[in-house]
Write a protein that binds this ligand. Structure first.
Ligand SMILES: C[S@@+](CC[C@H](N)C(=O)[O-])C[C@H]1O[C@@H](n2cnc3c(N)ncnc32)[C@H](O)[C@@H]1O
Length: 405
């Protein structure tokens, strides 16, 4: 691919972001190519440029003269000689991984994942499903029509009529559209609050919670607010939502989102969910805790290089503590909705099973969702729902609803 001088800032930006994502996604292979030619230490800027050079040479079918001019222009002065050497070397055969012997190591090298995560997926999901999961298939983006900006009307408003061939209706979830092609700019519709980008599975979690007008809702781990806004919509902006998150910058984004989307019933509370000291009880507690993000690796590929069994265990422990706090603040007739964008058992089924075992008066309930959305949970938790990117074309997701027996 030649780096052409794209004058459309949106598509140039999208392509640049795509390159960064791919460079992060394939970091293991690119590191191997670069270190075979330049084994010494490099600054971060030099390393990024070297990996970009390898990516463009190997993945995009070679370096055009134009591309090389651009790469040279990006080079720090004292890296020029190394870059020239790399530009020559990347045309040679790719160095092979030193540990291609074992099947799992070979899959790791081919799918650009750590051997640990490959073994985990094969052990947990079986080889066939693991291979599909690890190969990171493409998934579409989804938008939700924000009926708080249409006086409750769920028909496609006039402003969106021209987008009918781009917005594909999602059967069984009214008001949610799959963005099927590269759409014309949606920025006007987004800034007026008519639309909100939200993954289908994330919206399903809110629908599964079954919020209704005039309820009291505690929204744990709320920023940047996608679920808060969907809750407010399903509650017709009537009732009360208290949205808690400990990140001040992320809650600033949450406030902007609430203004943009016309949400009037949510109030922010900045604090640590595990140490809030609240006493009042709520009819619905929605808990969307921090997680390993193994269901959204395609959108955030650097995560997979940080992932370890220890980090998954740490998330699982934190999620368990947060679920206990959700339970403490639940009214006697209330319900908890637990969701993550993780694929691991430790952060999903194991958290829920341990909770139900510790609180025999609580049980998982069937989700009020169309049966074609997602698959049953694992480890006997058939009432919960999992979403697999390769099957559902959504983020990898887990949803559980807990109520008193
Ligand atoms: C998965 S994101 C939440 C996404 C959000 N529910 C939405 O739909 O837009 C997890 C959030 O948990 C917050 N968080 C992590 N640890 C926390 C803690 N101990 N107390 C409160 N918030 C926490 C993070 O700041 C992050 O915003």
């Amino acid at each position: 691919m030649a780096i052409d001088r794209d004058t459309n800032p949106r598509s140039a930006g999208d392509r640049a972001l795509g390159l960064v994502r791919r460079a992060l996604d394939r970091r293991d292979g690119l590191d191997r190519i670069v270190s075979a030619s330049l084994p010494g230490r490099m600054s971060l800027a030099e390393k990024c440029l070297a990996n970009l050079t390898a990516l463009l040479a190997k993945d995009e079918g070679g370096l055009s003269a134009d591309t090389m001019v651009c790469l040279r222009a990006l080079s720090p002065d004292d890296f020029r000689r190394d870059l020239e050497y790399l530009l020559g070397a990347v045309h040679g055969p790719e160095p092979t991984s030193t540990d291609k012997g074992k099947d799992e190591d070979r899959i790791a090298a081919e799918t650009h994942n750590s051997p640990w995560w490959v073994s985990y997926c094969i052990r947990t999901f079986g080889r066939g499903r693991a291979l599909k999961l690890l190969s990171n298939c493409w998934r579409p983006r989804y938008v939700r029509l924000n009926t708080l900006r249409t006086n409750g009307d769920s028909a496609l408003p006039r402003q969106l009529k021209g987008l009918q061939d781009v917005l594909e209706v999602v059967p069984s979830l009214s008001g949610v559209y799959r963005v099927s092609k590269s759409p014309p700019s949606l920025s006007g519709l987004l800034s007026s609050g008519l639309l909100q980008f939200q993954d289908l599975a994330s919206y399903c979690a809110v629908v599964a919670a079954g919020p209704v007008p005039d309820e009291s809702v505690l929204d744990f781990c709320a920023a940047p607010g996608a679920k808060t806004a969907a809750l407010a919509q399903l509650m017709s902006n009537s009732g009360e939502i208290v949205s808690v998150d400990y990140s001040f910058p992320r809650m600033r984004g949450w406030m902007r989102e609430m203004r943009r989307l016309g949400v009037h019933i949510a109030s922010p509370l900045i604090g640590d969910v595990t140490r809030l000291g609240l006493t009042r009880q709520y009819e619905l507690v929605l808990l969307d805790p921090p997680c390993s993000g193994t269901g959204i690796i395609d959108r955030n590929p650097q995560m997979k290089w940080r992932l370890t069994q220890e980090s998954v265990t740490r998330y699982s422990q934190l999620q368990t503590r947060m679920l206990e706090e959700a339970y403490r603040l639940l009214s006697p007739t209330g319900r908890i909705l637990y969701s993550t964008c993780s694929m691991t058992l430790e952060e999903n089924e194991q958290v829920i099973s341990a909770f139900v075992e510790a609180h025999p008066e609580m049980e998982t309930r069937t989700l009020p969702l169309d049966s074609n959305l997602g698959s049953p949970g694992m480890n006997g938790l058939g009432n919960c729902r999992r979403f697999y990117p390769y099957l559902d074309k959504t983020a990898g997701y887990f949803i559980a609803r807990l109520e008193r027996v």
